[in-house]
Design a protein around this ligand. Structure first.
Ligand code: PGA
Length: 247
């Protein structure tokens, strides 16, 4: 853990405009710990308004995916320059739900990382093994991480989220802190081989009020990426408070 630690709330496909703006306005008015870098990942439709609602707070705003081309005949897609147009700071790439349901591959994720960097968006690349791959987790991670940074240059500001697929969502079993720490260490080593420096690595997958403190104090855990437990601002605050208490 290095400070600041990064604590993110990924909204996935949840929230209508009123609820999202209420979350952002209350977050903006609430307490902030300078040792925590907060970040939220709204759906595309809300990026611009959430960014405006959080202006001056230091909370970073990220998109949940994007296309690798800047423009063209890609019906339904959103490009990096479009995200920049909305004031977006970060972009989450390669979430396992996108790999599984929308055909994202290591190759397309590499193209997306390159596009994000080209346009000044900081990528957060999600990597993680499935339950069936658990015996070979480090090899799977090495493959995903090496591919993700294969088109990135020295010192590129790529960040990772280690999100074991078996840990995510309803019925997910959170990784133990020790298991997560060991995987994070591996991710840093593989990425540093290309980037020259070890990247920040966040943990995601059933993070909650009960496990956030012991996860964040691990040596190689630089942040937390939260889904369900931070879909309300109260849930997010609860985790932020518990993390503050152990920094
Ligand atoms: P979860 O989602 O916290 O609801 O398990 C995590 C994620 O998908 O990033």
């Amino acid at each position: 853990m290095a400070t600041p630690v990064w604590i993110g709330s990924g909204w996935k496909m949840t929230k209508r405009r009123d609820e999202a703006l209420d979350f952002a306005r209350r977050l903006a008015a609430g307490p902030a710990d300078p040792r925590i870098q907060r970040m939220v990942f709204p759906p595309f439709t809300l990026l611009r308004e959430i960014k405006a609602a959080l202006a001056g707070t230091g909370v970073l705003v990220g998109a949940q995916t994007m296309h690798w081309e800047d423009d063209g005949a890609w019906t339904g897609e959103i490009s990096a320059p479009m995200l920049v147009d909305c004031g977006t700071d970060l972009v989450e790439l390669g979430h396992s739900e996108r790999r599984r349901h929308f055909g994202e591959t290591d190759d397309t994720i590499a193209l997306k990382v390159a596009a994000a960097l080209r346009h000044g968006l900081q990528p957060v690349v999600c990597v993680g093994e499935t339950a069936a791959q658990q015996q070979e987790a480090d090899a799977v991670l090495a493959r995903q991480v090496a591919a993700a940074v294969s088109m990135a240059g020295q010192d590129a500001p790529v960040m990772f989220a280690y999100e074991p697929v078996w840990a995510i969502g309803e019925g997910g079993e959170p990784a133990t802190p020790g298991y997560a720490d060991a995987r994070h260490e591996r991710i840093k080593v593989v990425a540093a081989d290309r980037l020259g420096v070890p990247p920040l690595v966040f943990y995601g997958g059933s993070v909650n009020a009960g496990n956030c403190a012991e996860l964040i104090v691990q040596r190689n855990v630089d942040g937390l990426f939260i889904g369900r437990a931070a879909w309300t601002v109260e849930g997010y605050w609860d985790i932020l408070r518990r993390v503050s208490a152990v920094l």
